[in-house]
Design a protein around this ligand. Structure first.
Ligand code: FES
Length: 357
């Protein structure tokens, strides 16, 4: 007797004997009767033409509201611009822009649902499942179904609703398109987008200070295994364009045992007694990299889990980033404070295809 014969016999025993080997078996005698479909209950809009018209007006009103929301979002973007010197301008910009987009999407969704619930054909049908095939008959059938759906939904017939829906759907994505204007290369007035990230506030002799209080850092204050979030000395919220400057210049300072550092020959002078400084801007799409694993010396980006090895030039050891974090060359001044030797030697931040490294 083969294994499959044996299994069939066991299955037969299961069917007659109920439970066996922990497997539940359905007795054909226990099968239940199909309760069928409940009697159809017509909606008000099916019975009263006035109710139907009222519903159609409601749908149009939601579509118009959606269009108003989209336009309001664009107006808010223009009326409440973000001023790089004044962080208080971010709040009204985000608030009114967000409200406009939310109103636009919400009204579009409510209008569409109302249309489907109150005006589209409301009848229960049983659709027998057919085998899937791509024959010509099937395609012709699909076209018929589409045609019927078009007729039943009233998409072809209800001109005003259709136009208001199309108008709202066209306007809804517009705020997103308008906001693209803030992206490079438009933001650089047609120049090289990598230029935006090529130069930061760091210059030779600029002290490294704690973020956010601006306290200068002595090399002796940085303990082995510690990580310090750093900004250039003199960068405050009074500085012109301080948000953009800070976004590019933020640095993480980490101290390791000197013998743990693996340094390229040309970068051996960029660290100071095991203290290294790397840009905090992830080279994937620019999130702040800030999670340091003390024992492994790994630096983790919380956005998409790119992991950099601080001991080995902040090279990528995992994740979607494809470039090491740029290193800031550092030294100490006469008073023992950490200072930059120069700016970064490459653009910080995400890697644009245009960037020539
Ligand atoms: S931004 Fe850091 S991994 Fe994506």
């Amino acid at each position: 007797m083969t294994n499959s014969d044996q299994r069939s016999d066991e299955d037969a025993i299961d069917v007659q004997g109920g439970y066996s080997s922990g497997i539940a078996v359905i007795d054909p005698e226990d099968s239940f009767t199909d309760p069928g479909i409940e009697p159809h209950r017509p909606r008000k809009t099916d019975l009263f033409p006035e109710a139907e018209k009222r519903s159609a007006r409601t749908v149009v009103a939601w579509m118009v509201l959606s269009a108003i929301g989209a336009v309001a979002a664009i107006v808010a973007y223009v009326v409440f611009p973000i001023d790089g010197h004044d962080i208080s301008t971010v709040r009204p910009n985000n608030l009114f822009l967000g409200l406009g987009i939310a109103l636009s999407l919400l009204a579009l969704g409510i209008g569409a649902v109302h249309w489907a619930r109150q005006l589209m054909v409301d009848e229960e049908t049983i659709d027998i499942r057919h085998p899937q095939r791509g024959s010509e008959e099937a395609q012709a059938g699909a076209l018929e179904v589409l045609d019927a759906a078009n007729k039943e939904s009233g998409f072809g017939r209800r001109t005003l609703i259709r136009r208001s829906l199309i108008g709202a759907a066209v306007l809804t994505p517009l705020p997103g398109i308008v906001m693209l204007r803030d992206l490079a290369p438009l933001a650089t007035q047609g120049g090289d987008p990598a230029e935006l990230l090529r130069h930061t506030m760091w210059t030779a002799g600029t002290r490294l200070t704690r973020d956010p209080d601006g306290t200068p850092i002595k090399a002796s204050d940085v303990q082995i295994g510690s990580a310090v979030h750093v900004i250039p000395e003199g960068l405050t919220n009074e500085t012109e364009d301080w948000l953009n400057k800070k976004a590019k210049a933020v640095v993480l300072v980490v101290r390791l045992e000197e013998e743990d550092l693996i340094e390229a020959e040309e970068k051996k002078s960029w660290s100071y007694h095991g203290i290294v400084a790397y840009s905090k801007i992830c080279t994937h799409v620019g999130c702040p990299v800030a999670l340091v694993e003390q024992h492994t010396h790994h630096l983790l980006c919380p956005c998409h889990q790119s992991t950099f090895d601080v001991a080995d030039g902040a090279k990528v050891i995992f994740g979607p980033a494809n470039r090491a974090l740029p290193q800031l060359p550092i030294a100490v001044d006469d008073e023992g404070y950490l200072v930059a030797q120069s700016d970064f030697h490459e653009p910080v931040g995400p890697s644009f295809p245009e960037r020539a490294l």
